[in-house]
Design a protein around this ligand. Structure first.
Ligand SMILES: Cc1ncc(COP(=O)(O)O)c(C=O)c1O
Length: 496
């Protein structure tokens, strides 16, 4: 390479690093790549890179100390925040598929920075300390040590070993009978719901679901182009009388999400009769079926007579971790191979190592021991939440859905629903994460006869008892600050 070419490359390397400094990709104090690595990347000699670094040190951008790695100068002012670009989907409508356009229209609740919250009642989180680290390490190691002569794609429905282990588990835990062929391992229930929509819904088809209900299920059906019909819920779960014809029904019968009612036996029968009459399928989302406290076990819809039209959804997100992304569907035998095909097209299959590890955990009995431990631990948290709410709020709140699951909903009896957002925002400012029920209703004109008072969803599975007490106390302060407590306002709220 000529000297001139070498000098040009050196200048380009310098410019590239200056750009990275300006964009904040390399912050003050960060290590820059070694001269060897950068030389290999650019296909030049180390001398060229050393010369570039020398130039940047002379300009004050980098600093080098004897025997230590070269770093970005610590005194370098961090680059000012860039003006926000408009969301990338704006103006893209013509270029998107109908599915993409529907997605672009969804209002996604902003995921605020939750790290800074002192107490976060975020529903769906569980405590990191509850994860059975040692047991999981053991089963992952066992799975790793089982050497395979060839690494190949697995069965899209999941490993037979795990499907067989789950067959036994759902029978012992939920009285549910199935063949391993009916079990499809998915990346969390969310993927299970998505596969159901792909296989069962065409644009314009009707899907009925509980209102209020699980937003991520509603969005899957809406994204598929379905006409999603909200169905009100009461103390007996989803109201089945007069249910219109549809291709599928989505329900959480063991612990209605979010209000917590348990679907009564007559409604369960009626729902299955409805499915039979219209040739519809029922998605039974048993998302927190492992946690029942004050209620006796009720058979799953799938286990009842007529359960052949039920697609059962289970997950380890509430027992092990939502980050594992492991769930399972139990599907009618006639649909099993279709679900496997849909899963293959989506992502071939769920990661094999985790599947083997979970199979080992279940077979060894460690999974069920862990679930029992979690039930006790979360029973204590639940008791702490109920006690704190009672002591702090007394009659001012009505708590619902505490009999099962890992969250409760509280209705603030004298605070109008219009105040929910202000409470949530003010709580966030004071380091408290709390979540409104409003977004879980299909719309403001919902059939769900939304109560006129403000409602909050409080997940407690990630908190310790002290956190729970502090959180409830600071919620009280927030509500006192935000709410004028005027009954006339509550009456007006009822009309909005
Ligand atoms: C109603 C409902 N279904 C399912 C899930 C779990 O989803 P996944 O298994 O995808 O983590 C949740 C999680 O919060 C839920 O609230």
């Amino acid at each position: 390479m000529t000297k001139a070419a070498q000098a040009r490359i050196m200048q380009r390397i310098c410019q590239e690093i200056r750009d990275q400094l300006a964009s904040g990709t390399l912050p003050p104090g960060a290590r820059v790549p070694s001269t060897r690595a950068l030389a290999a990347e650019w296909g030049v000699s180390r001398t060229t890179v050393t010369a570039a670094y020398g130039q940047l040190i002379a300009e004050g951008y980098l600093e080098a100390r004897q025997g230590a790695a070269t770093r970005v100068a610590r005194g370098l002012a961090p680059s000012p925040p860039k003006p926000k670009k408009p969301p990338p989907t704006l103006g893209l409508h013509d270029e998107l598929s109908a599915y993409g356009r529907r997605l672009a229209d969804f209002v996604t609740a902003s995921e605020r920075d939750r790290e800074r919250l002192a107490v976060d009642f975020r529903y769906g989180d569980i405590a990191g300390s509850d994860f059975p680290r040692l047991a999981w390490r053991k089963v992952v190691t066992t799975a790793l040590l089982r050497r395979q002569p060839r690494l190949r794609y697995g069965d899209p429905a999941g490993s037979l070993r795990l499907r067989t282990a789950l067959q036994g588990y759902v029978w012992r835990a939920r009285g549910l009978r199935c063949e391993p062929d009916q079990v499809v391992i998915v990346n969390g229930s969310q993927q299970g719901i998505d596969l159901c929509a792909r296989l069962l819904l065409d644009p314009g088809d009707r899907a009925v679901m509980e209102d209020p209900g699980y937003n991520l299920a509603r969005q899957v059906f809406l994204a598929a182009g379905a006409d999603v019909i909200p169905i009100a819920v009461d103390q007996e779960g989803m109201q089945i009388e007069g249910l219109p014809s549809a291709r599928l029904a989505y329900t959480t019968p063991s612990h209605q999400f979010p209000l917590g009612s348990v679907m009564s036996a007559p409604r369960r029968r009626d729902l299955l009769t409805w499915a039979e009459r219209y040739g519809a399928y029922v998605i039974e989302d048993d998302y927190d079926g492992e946690y029942r406290f004050d209620v006796s076990p009720i058979p799953t819809l799938q286990a009842l007579e007529g359960g052949e039209r039920v697609i059962y959804l289970g997950t380890v997100s509430k027992t092990l971790s939502p980050t594992l992304r492991l769930g399972y569907l139990i599907v009618p035998a006639a649909l099993a191979s279709l679900f496997a095909s849909a899963k293959r097209l989506a992502d071939r299959h769920t990661p094999g190592l985790e599947q083997e590890a979970l199979a080992e955990l279940i077979e060894s009995g460690a999974y069920e021991r862990h679930v029992r431990r979690m039930r006790r631990r979360n029973g204590q948290r639940r008791a702490a939440v109920l006690a704190a709410l009672h002591e702090t709020f007394g009659e001012e709140v009505t708590v619902v859905g505490a009999e099962a699951g890992l969250h409760v909903v509280i209705w603030l009896n004298s605070v109008p629903s219009a105040r929910e957002d202000a409470i949530v925002a003010c709580a966030y400012q004071s380091g408290l994460g709390i979540y409104p029920v409003n977004p879980l209703y299909a719309s403001t004109t919902s059939t769900g006869a939304r109560p006129p008072m403000a409602g909050l969803v409080m997940g407690y599975a990630s908190l310790d008892d002290e956190g729970i007490r502090c959180g409830v106390r600071s919620l009280k302060q927030v509500i006192n600050n935000v709410s004028p407590k005027r009954p006339d306002e509550l009456r007006r709220g009822a009309r909005t």
